[in-house]
Design a protein around this ligand. Structure first.
Ligand code: PNS
Length: 162
């Protein structure tokens, strides 16, 4: 069984993340969407909320078991624990590449069974990021089209607390 991990902060999940999840789901038998429980980044949504928002956003994909989980510590160790030999990352622009390349090399150094594959963003999501969603939502802007419809209202309510 081919298992991959798609890690991230997902604070919150965007349509760009969802696009990568659905495309990766067609490549693997099992895809673990792994939310980093990163208190150092001071996320707006708790890890539990982020997991729940992803659960509500991701449809069933025939042929792939999609698991949503949270993790602490090193991604390379977590991948090993869930039986994954591939990390999936999305690339929006060349500016993402240098950091991602460094991470891929470091993860392989820690766990030499681990490869990273990069899915280039779909063009319509090139500009999109969780931080952009947080910024627009915080000011009461319209985030439809940026996050999955199923979670839009919850995200607005959390971000736009007057
Ligand atoms: O969505 P993000 O914030 O870009 O995701 C970053 C993430 C979670 C993939 C990265 O921070 C990560 O893997 N953190 C876990 C700690 C780790 O393994 N760091 C890299 C090896 S030094």
């Amino acid at each position: 069984m081919r298992t991959a991990v798609y890690p991230g902060s997902f604070d919150p999940i965007t349509n760009g993340h969802l696009d990568v999840i659905l495309r990766a789901a067609h490549m693997f038998d099992r895809l673990v969407v792994a939310v980093l429980n990163n208190s150092s980044k001071n996320p707006v949504f708790t890890a539990q909320d982020r997991v729940e928002l992803i659960r509500q956003s991701v449809p069933k994909v025939p042929g792939c078991e999609i698991v949503i989980d949270a993790f602490d510590g090193l991604l390379a160790n977590y991948a090993d624990m869930v039986g994954a030999t591939t990390i999936v990352k999305g690339l929006r622009a060349m500016s993402d590449f240098e950091y991602e390349f460094q991470m891929a090399l470091a993860n392989r150094q820690i766990n030499n069974k681990l490869d990273t594959i990069f899915l280039t963003t779909s063009v319509e999501y090139m500009y999109l990021s969780s931080s952009l969603v947080r910024e627009i939502g915080r000011h009461g802007g319209d985030i439809s089209g940026f996050v999955p419809d199923a979670i839009r209202q919850q995200v607005i309510e959390k971000l736009y607390q007057k």
